[in-house]
Design a protein around this ligand. Structure first.
Ligand code: ADP
Ligand code: MG
Length: 371
């Protein structure tokens, strides 16, 4: 756990960057620190590893005040990832990652072995090891930055806008990889971002700061969306927050699916026409996994792959209300396909039924209360 107790940073020019901040960042969880530019996010982060010293107040790691620690030793306990990765330009990728293990007394060979493992962990193939940072894309450099931060196996990780400098597609990939990685490593992480969507996606806890380094709200993503503390938070989180909050509500059996008639590739057109009275018929593979939709009336002779409309997402039966609604709205039949954990068809749900379930259960509010 990382704890802020009335932490203030005032600069000599009179700027109060962080103002009496009280905050608890739970162990093994991701805390996302978000707010407009200049609201004190970086300052808050850098006070934890004492790259910046607080003017007053206490920051503790697992109950121990950092003020009493040797800054160099403190920094070895904390992985630090910054925007543009901050790699050493004249060292190879593997040497960049091996720096910390060497510092901790590992032999050159041991350090290299460890570095190679870490590069694999962050999804970089071995052939990147002997390249230089400039030979890598921005996204790849960020992965190296994460590998380097993990090198000393720190319990804590601080990340300052780690994904901000890469394009939206790569960014979304890096976020997904990062969440997968965290499932394995379970570090206590604080990630700084100015992007509320990133904060809501990554944070177990989301902390909104306002200008002047004042805490506006610390809550789960769903609470933030459904019960913003004030106008500032509501504005910052945005107007479509009702819809967004569905992304955090589990549908876990609350919406009943309807059995859906199915066909398979190669089935005859006449057979397909007898299966449904509707325009659209669902096509599944031999394992009952959905492939897409066909219009029996338009099938000539037999159902061929070219007949299948592949648009429409599928929703996991244990997934979110938002995924379900997306599935219903994106299917040409307007029936959302629901599958189990193995991708096998469970049934379908109409958008109408999904919305009715959301309304009748007042799902969003109920979920928020439960947390
Ligand atoms: P953020 O990371 O949220 O964009 P920062 O923590 O970098 O914000 O900065 C918070 C505030 O402190 C800003 O108003 C910034 O201009 C100010 N600030 C940062 N460093 C200094 C400094 N060395 N001297 C004076 N003001 C500073
Ligand atoms: Mg910053």
């Amino acid at each position: 756990m990382i704890t802020f107790d009335k932490v203030t940073k005032a600069y000599p020019d009179g700027t109060t960057a962080v103002n009496e901040l009280d905050l608890e960042c739970p162990s093994g969880k991701i805390t996302a620190l978000v707010g407009p530019s200049g609201c004190g996010k970086t300052t808050s982060l850098r006070m934890i590893n004492r790259l910046i010293e607080p003017t007053s107040g206490t920051i503790s790691l697992d109950g121990e005040s950092t003020a009493d620690m040797d800054p160099a030793l403190l920094r070895r306990r904390i992985g630090y990832v910054i925007q543009h990765a901050g790699l050493f330009p004249h060292r190879t990728i593997v040497d960049n990652v091996a720096t910390m293990p060497k510092l901790l007394g590992k032999t050159k060979k041991e350090a290299r072995t460890r570095a190679m493992e870490l590069l694999e962990t962050v999804g970089l193939a071995a052939n990147f090891a002997d390249r230089y940072p400039w030979q890598l894309s921005g996204g790849q450099q960020q992965r190296v930055g994460v590998a380097r931060a993990l090198a000393a196996d720190p319990a804590f990780m601080l990340m300052d806008e780690p994904f901000s400098a890469v394009d939206p597609v790569v960014r979304s990939q890096l976020q997904d990889e990062f969440l997968r990685l965290q499932k394995d490593i379970g570090k206590t992480i604080i990630i700084v971002t100015h992007d509320i969507d990133e904060a809501l996606k990554l944070g177990d806890q989301v902390v909104v700061l306002r200008t002047g380094g004042i805490l506006a709200q610390a809550a789960t993503p769903l609470e933030l969306l459904t019960e913003p503390a004030d106008e500032f938070v509501a504005d910052f989180v945005g107007r479509d927050r009702g819809y967004r909050s569905l992304g955090f509500s589990n549908l876990g059996g609350r919406v009943e699916t309807v059995a859906e008639p199915v066909a398979r590739l190669g089935d005859s057109a006449s057979d397909a026409r007898t299966r449904t009275t509707d325009d659209w018929l669902l096509v599944v593979d031999s394992a009952n996994k959905p492939i897409g939709w066909v219009q029996p009336a338009k099938v000539v002779d037999r159902i061929r792959p070219g007949d299948v409309n592949l648009s429409g997402t599928v929703a996991d039966a244990h997934g979110t209300m938002r995924a379900l609604l997306d599935a219903a709205l994106s299917a040409p039949s307007k029936r959302g396909v629901v599958v189990d954990g193995d991708g096998v068809l469970v049934g379908t749900v109409t958008a109408h039924a999904a919305v009715a379930a959301i309304e009748s259960a007042d799902l969003v509010a109920a979920e928020a209360m439960a947390r």
